[in-house]
Design a protein around this ligand. Sequence first.
Ligand SMILES: Nc1ncnc2c1ncn2[C@@H]1O[C@H](COP(=O)(O)OP(=O)(O)OP(=O)(O)O)[C@@H](O)[C@H]1O
Ligand SMILES: [Mg+2]
Length: 320
Amino acid sequence: MWKRTGNDADAITSDRSRFDGEAPGKVLDDIAPRPRLTPHVITFANEKGGVGKSTLAFHIAVALAHAGQKVVAIDLDRRQRTLERGLSYRQGTACNLGVTLPSPHYSVLDYPSTAALYQTINRLGPDADFVIFDAAGADSPIFRRVVALADTLITPINASFLDLELLGRLNPVSGVPERAGCFGQTVSELREEKLARKMGLIEWIVVKNRVRAAEKRHIGRVDDALERLSISHDFRIAQGLSERVAFRELFQFGLTHLDLDLIPDMIRPQASSRDEIEALIEDLGLRVESREAGGGPTRRNARVLKRTRQDFRAALNAVL
Ligand SMILES: Nc1ncnc2c1ncn2[C@@H]1O[C@H](COP(=O)(O)OP(=O)(O)OP(=O)(O)O)[C@@H](O)[C@H]1O
Ligand SMILES: [Mg+2]
């Protein structure tokens, strides 16, 4: 879905033959006969690895659960299983500390088929408010399906031209977008196909992640490039999360800084980290009906010894 904008448009080429992968028509043929998903589907995807897809998926899933939403989180990376691991550590933490934490229902997709995907949603909660997919950082048939199913597609990127080129290539002298990158092309084709079949829009949001204050000058150039690509590719740019230890230090505990207020005798959470997560949710423009946060699928374990609780709390306080 390259948008033609003044002179920029003449320079853009969209050359399907440069990229292989399953044809968009085949992807949509597979999805079209299946029941329409009622939850709002958020897919975290980028063919670039290590940009923060799982980190953002985890934080957004937990933040939505805090807002009282029923969230189903499905990890499509069956080797790394980052999202699944984070959410299972969360259950362990709730259990070891004897607290209730708002939590998504979660699973990893062990068999990457469309049928398995729908079965997993049906098992975890077809009545959920949100389904979150965390895709692995490489093209595959299941990758294309979760991009096609998205109501909101979130693509984290690092502030680097290397990352940007998977979306689209800009002329280094004129700064004009010249051609789509591999991921940009895939998204564009799937969006067009979905729209043509009247199966709904995919709102595409590119989120900057791990921005460091010290990189301002370089980021200025990347920001300009991103603005141009946002017009040619029809995506929105959201301010993501900055580079902070806070967004990775609690992984082993399955926690975010939103959770720390719920844990007795805990060091105070960093308000700035909490604010960034809340600002990101706001920026994504998701429709979140305010509700009391429920406990989610956490288990209380009455048999956890007081000593275990104390040790666990001390370990948690030590990383903060
Ligand atoms: N905002 C952030 N601040 C600090 N560290 C971050 C931030 N976002 C991500 N990281 C770290 O960056 C690394 C990559 O993050 P993550 O695993 O979420 O990326 P990914 O896109 O899911 O990777 P993959 O493609 O391998 O699935 C991890 O070490 C993670 O802890
Ligand atoms: Mg990941």
